[in-house]
Design a protein around this ligand. Structure first.
Ligand code: PEP
Ligand code: MG
Length: 761
């Protein structure tokens, strides 16, 4: 088994560093045939353009069958495995009723067959098989190995397929058409066309895949700069440790510097770049080779040096990533990355960003929330997108459908340009609603509030005619700084908000960090951050942070008295008691200092299941509650709000969430405590109608959605919404719930375009 594990690692490494799909697969079949000691190893991939399996690589069957032999969906053992999506382990495949003899592959002599499906994100990519002349079943451990290998390869093949498609080839070796499309999660609606600007994070040596150099001279320059950077880092470290290390230990730094020379790593990488490989891919491939070389050594001491090589490679990679391209961020660019944090995004000028695309993330990641607030069309979780290779290319972000286009035909470009124009007209049509009240057609008033965080939100929200701020995410200004802001600095920021909206109320949430919101200067590293040290848990453990923040809020509200304080991620009564005690202490201290402030209204966010069950207890302690539907959905459904793999099952219109929302609003009526919703559900027109029907009369959302929601609410009656919402509570599927509501709205004459569900044509 150890041998098979070793083989698995080697195959995955070899395939990762291969330069194209065909070469990857050929390496794979060669290595598997030798490593498993089988008589043939073959890969068939499904080519949807011709609706057939294509023999892509083989070691053992006839070479001239590669790229030529194809099978239909139902043909042979391959078809059977693909259809069943299960492994097949047969002692004598020739006797199986599905056996299909293809004369041109030369498999008459084989009997034993083990074939496993290759599946990526529920999609069948192909079938991997091994065969032996001998008529006997494969051992269990061999079957386990092939299944594991296929699971690992699926991601690599999906990527290689995407990259191969990008270079213009389809599986049959012909030219693929234009309009290459990648699917992700639609996170902020709208369409953007612009030049890709890739934001590169630190990535691991093992995750770098083969990519071509766009400009060999530029790649050589970047690599040389990275070498210089690392040499300097090594020299600085050596200098710093001079007094602490023995001379022979210090000499190691010279050895490392030597490895970077042109005679070693430097030369090999440059050679690869000159042959057309990107600096990133050449460097990673070379360093992996060095690591492997050391790992294979007999001498235990030398074997251990493999980890030094890995460390050196990783550092060099970091320098290379930091070595920014000299290109300036272009106007209206499409920001592209593997995973762009809200902090990195905050450091860029939002006016320059036309759209956002990431391989990771999902509709409720904080990046998505910021993007929606700024009205930037965004697609996250486009897992297969070769993001590293897109810099400088023209992309289209279709934030309605969650698609990203590359290689546009003129026809497609025209279509999207028209959409962008139509969208502008539609949005400007909504401006007229800003001065009209947020009320239903039958005159029921709904407070339409906005969620803020960015400085620019103040200006944007003025134009939306909001009734106040329902959620000020105070962690956003904390993220923009390189350190904790002082009480004075915070007071200034808060005063700005309170003054801008006075006399309307501003609900300020105490610092909500942890989960996917980290402060660079206060890192929280945990295995399970969403269930870890988050929100109120952090600030109650650090009362000094909590008190300073509350003092700053109170001082900012002096003379205005439109402040409300809200507590995030509350799970138990004790946390509310402790928070209230701290808030009272801050008021007392300020009064002692001569700043005569009063205890403001305090509220609790309902974001976790325990808070739903304790909502009445909380209502006896505070003045209001607000539902954080983003987290409530995440925790009720046990679905990570950031993970694109489960994005399909993250839905705030899930019946369990709707039932919880009903419990909360009913408790509010019973206890006479105001209840609002400040999660993204409130800014989704379908969500807002549902909330209205459930009994909510206070919704807080990003300013970009406010007029759209107002437009829909003004077209319907509250009684109608109540009847529809009660009906929705009896349905058990979120998709059916959405379409039922959509249909009901359409029947009353509300156009789909005003729901933000479809582009306006
Ligand atoms: C929520 O969870 O719904 C919420 C409003 O808070 P955040 O999105 O900032 O976690
Ligand atoms: Mg939350």
């Amino acid at each position: 088994m150890a041998d098979l594990l070793n083989l698995l690692r080697r195959v995955v490494e070899a395939v990762t560093s291969a330069r194209d799909l065909k070469l990857s697969l050929q390496r794979l079949v060669n290595m598997v045939r030798n490593g498993m000691q089988v008589d043939a190893c073959t890969v068939f991939l499904w080519d949807s353009s011709v609706e057939r399996y294509v023999l892509m690589a083989t070691d053992g069957l006839r070479d001239d069958a590669i790229g030529k032999v194809t099978l239909t969906k139902n043909e042979g053992m391959i078809g059977l495995v693909g259809k069943r999506e299960e492994p097949l382990n047969l002692a004598n495949s020739n006797l199986h009723p599905n056996y299909h003899h293809v004369p041109s592959v030369g498999e008459e002599e084989f009997h034993g067959l083990l074939a496993v499906p290759i599946i990526h994100n529920r999609k069948l990519l192909g079938v991997l098989s091994v065969q032996r002349f001998k008529a006997e079943r494969f051992r269990d451990e061999e079957e386990a190995f092939l299944v594991t290998l296929s699971a690992q390869l699926a991601g690599i093949i999906a990527h290689a397929e995407a990259t191969g498609t990008l270079s213009g080839m389809n599986l049959m070796g012909g030219q693929a058409g234009n309009d290459i499309r990648f699917a992700g999660v639609a996170c902020a609606s709208g369409v953007a066309i612009g030049q890709a600007y890739v934001v590169t994070p630190t990535i691991s040596l093992d995750s770098v895949r083969y990519s071509k150099a766009k400009n060999i001279g530029e790649e050589l320059r970047r690599f040389a700069a990275a070498i210089t950077g690392l040499r300097k880092e090594l020299a600085d470290t050596r200098e710093r440790l001079k007094g602490e290390l023995r001379p022979e230990e210090l000499a190691l730094f010279d050895v490392y510097a030597g490895i970077l020379d042109d005679q070693a790593v430097g030369g090999t990488v440059q050679e690869k770049i000159r042959a057309g490989e990107s600096a990133l891919s050449a460097l990673a491939d070379t360093m992996r080779g060095y690591v492997q070389h050391f790992e294979d050594m007999d001498d235990a001491y030398l074997r251990e040096r493999a980890s030094d090589m890995r460390d050196l490679g990783q550092r060099l990679l970091t320098h290379l990533m930091e070595e920014k391209s000299e290109r300036k961020i272009p106007d209206g660019c499409i920001l592209v990355g593997q995973d762009i944090s809200a902090t990195v995004f905050g450091s860029l000028d939002p006016e320059k960003i036309g759209g956002i695309v990431c391989a990771q993330g999902s509709a409720n990641s904080h990046l998505a929330i910021l993007a929606r607030a700024l009205n930037i069309p965004t697609v996250l979780g486009a897992q297969d997108i070769p993001w590293q290779e897109l810099d400088g290319n023209e992309l289209v972000v279709d934030g309605y459908r969650g698609h990203v286009y590359y290689h546009l035909t003129d026809e497609r470009r025209e279509y999207f340009e028209d959409l962008v124009r139509d969208e502008k007209v539609r949005v400007s049509g909504l401006d007229a609603l800003a001065d009209l009240p947020g009320e239903t057609a039958d005159g029921e008033h709904i407070d339409l509030m906005i969620n803020t965080g960015l400085q620019t939100d103040i200006i944007r929200s003025q134009a939306s005619g909001a009734d106040g701020v329902g959620l000020f995410r105070t962690e956003i200004p904390f993220m923009m700084l390189g350190r904790f802001p002082s009480e004075e600095e915070q007071a200034k920021i808060y005063r700005n908000q309170l003054e801008a909206f006075h006399p309307r109320s501003v609900t300020m949430r105490t610092l909500d960090i942890g989960g996917d919101k980290s402060l660079e200067y206060f890192p929280i590293v945990e295995d399970n951050p969403f269930l870890g040290w988050r929100g109120l848990r952090v600030t109650l453990d650090h009362p000094e942070i909590f008190i300073v923040q509350v003092r700053a809020m109170l001082r900012a509200s002096f003379g205005l008295n439109n402040l409300r304080i809200m507590l995030p991620m509350v799970t138990s009564v004790g946390e509310v008691e402790d928070s209230l005690a701290l808030i009272h202490r801050a008021v007392y201290e300020l009064n002692e200092e001569g700043v005569k402030v009063e205890v403001p209204e305090v509220g609790v966010m309902i974001e976790v299941p325990s808070a739903v069950y304790l909502v009445k207890e909380f209502m006896s302690m505070v003045e209001f509650v607000s539902v954080g539907s983003n987290d409530l959905t995440q925790y009720l459904l046990a679905v990570d709000r950031n993970n694109p793999r489960v994005a399909d099952i993250y839905d705030s219109m899930h019946p369990a969430v709707l039932k919880a929302l009903k419990i909360i609003v009913s408790a509010g009526l019973e206890k006479n405590v105001p209840v609002s919703v400040c999660g993204e559900l409130a800014g989704d027109p379908l969500g807002a109608v549902t909330l209205l029907g459930l009994g909510y009369r206070n919704l807080s959302m990003s300013s970009a959605n406010l007029l759209r929601v107002k437009a829909v609410l003004r077209q319907i009656d509250s009684g109608w919404a109540e009847t529809v919402a009660n009906g929705l509570l009896n349905l058990d599927d979120p998709k059916v719930i959405r379409s039922t509501l959509q249909l009901a709205l359409q029947k009353t004459g509300v156009p789909l375009t005003s729901l933000g569900l479809l582009p306006s044509r």
